[in-house]
Design a protein around this ligand. Structure first.
Ligand SMILES: [Zn+2]
Length: 138
């Protein structure tokens, strides 16, 4: 018989399985095993900058995936960043992170228009998405 787990643990585990391999491995090693970006990077033979980005994108996805659970479990309402068009459609994130923090954002904006990202109205949407949703304060 299988041990009944803590529902919170179970939810996090299930959510982690939905991430890219390197994202979930990074989060497990960084938060649960206390490894540094450098150590994780050396283990997977990738630059620590890549690991840092995988942590950011992984956490952002976890937040999104876990929002409904968190609301039910804790009986609270979580402010959703899904009103941001770039959080709903992450196709520009790699490009944005590649140009951060200075841009030029016009290029990203034109790419977004070409990809027909719904709700992408101006360059400031990109800047605010980068500052508020792609970077994590520690
Ligand atoms: Zn956003």
């Amino acid at each position: 018989m299988r041990n009944r787990e803590n529902p919170l643990e179970e939810a996090v585990k299930t959510a982690l399985e939905k991430l890219e391999y390197l994202e979930s491995e990074t989060i497990i090693r960084y938060y649960f095993m206390g490894c540094s970006y450098k150590e994780i990077g050396e283990f997977f033979n990738v630059r620590s900058e890549i690991i840092r980005r995988k942590k950011i994108s992984g956490i952002r996805k976890l937040k999104y995936i876990l929002t409904p659970f968190v609301e039910r479990y804790f009986g609270i309402e979580v402010e959703r960043s899904t009103s941001c068009p770039l959080c709903r459609d992450n196709r520009l994130d790699k490009m944005i992170l590649g140009m951060a923090p200075y841009g030029p954002w016009g290029k990203v904006f034109r790419k977004g228009r070409k990809l027909k990202i719904t709700g992408l109205k101006s360059v400031s949407t990109i800047i605010s998405h980068y500052k508020n949703h792609l970077t994590i304060r520690s």
